[in-house]
Design a protein around this ligand. Sequence first.
Ligand code: GTP
Ligand code: MG
Length: 441
Amino acid sequence: MTESSRGHQSRQRRRLTATEIDLARVRQRALLIGTTYGTDTVEEAEASLEELALLADTAGAEPAHSELQRRRTPDPATYIGKGKAEELQGVVQSLDIDVVIFDDELTPAQQRNLERMFAVDVVDRVALILDIFAQHATSQEGAVQVELAQLRYRLPRLRGRGLQLSQQGAGIGTRGPGETQLEVDRRRLLRRMQKLERDLLDLAATRATQRKARKRRVIPHVALVGYTNAGKSTLLNRLTHAGVLVQDQLFSTLDPTVRRLHLPGGETVLLSDTVGFVRRLPHQLVEAFRSTLEEVVDADLLLHIVDASAPDVDARIHAVGTVLHEIDAGDVPRLIAWNKADVADDDTLKLLLNAYPGSVAISAANGAGLPDLLTAIGDRLRALAHVSEFVVPFERGDVLAALHRAGEVLVEVHGDRATRVRARLPQAAVGRFSEYASTPD
Ligand SMILES: Nc1nc2c(ncn2[C@@H]2O[C@H](COP(=O)(O)OP(=O)(O)OP(=O)(O)O)[C@@H](O)[C@H]2O)c(=O)[nH]1
Ligand SMILES: [Mg+2]
């Protein structure tokens, strides 16, 4: 398409009716701006900017141009330097840009100043990620969580922007369940947030009840975690035929799914899939998704799925570690699976397998390495389980049966009035039998 025909289209687009906005969204042209302020290396800033283009694409915008600014400190008024901003004004016009997306979080004042300069919408990485989540939220809980995160993000940005935004068409950073709230005053916004928080507590209570029921059955729980698009849902589907949506897009999965999985050693575990992580996942989202992410915090073992074909494997592993730490799951044991082995470089795979002892290479797509992965999961869970001794009174056959169900009974000696049992139990189950625990002689 030539520059002039595109310019013509975009002028037409601004006159589209509301019903046609969906189509117009698809063609929003984005200018992406990254900086080296928050990153250790230029490569890391570049990788982050490339990822921003993927995020923009997932949100429905067309990344038309990217700029990386190398500067030591952000400008308080315009984030990038004034000179650079003026230069980019020209780019916005010549490339017919509809939205400028910054890779870093902007202050409300910076955002306002830049919008005035560029005369188009200016959003940041946080708004972009929130926007994708808003588009992908399907369950009631997911929708409430995203709306709450959006309102928390918008609240400090509301002043002086309400009118302006209410007159804009829907675009990145302005659409989603909360958009009409921009027209109401701060008090009503806060009331809405309080209501959402209450709703979320109710929904979380239901989830907690389900989780408690699962815990009573003391089946070990393995949670899939990893960077977005690593292949978590593909793996869950392949192992359990769960039928979870798989897409070559970021943040396809927002809602947790739990399925039973049978291991080669005969054990059954629960395997759960949930939202993927990304560099600098907005803290508003992490906060809002806390109840969903409890699946991860409560797990016996985290199965960390890493896309071994990604160019920045280390940075992604680090980003996942940061989010896990943020949700208090930093101490849950982890097993790494290098996914997409079918397309990853063989030498890279070898290096990764060596660098992370106990890790396994797999392909969720073609099934390679999955038997080894299942064996590794079983081995890790057994290693994590505790061997304890119990004395169970003769008449409590039910307790004896429960011990057999909960774990692996290693030794069972029937005495006159009681049975002595040595059993390997998952950590979560030990407490349930504490009444019958015996101190080894
Ligand atoms: N070549 C190859 N592609 C894979 C493999 N596993 C997954 N994919 C592809 O990677 C993309 C992402 O897969 P998903 O399973 O949706 O990834 P996810 O980790 O659940 O992603 P989110 O839910 O978005 O966080 C899809 O296009 C899959 O087809 C694999 O082993 N090899
Ligand atoms: Mg998924």
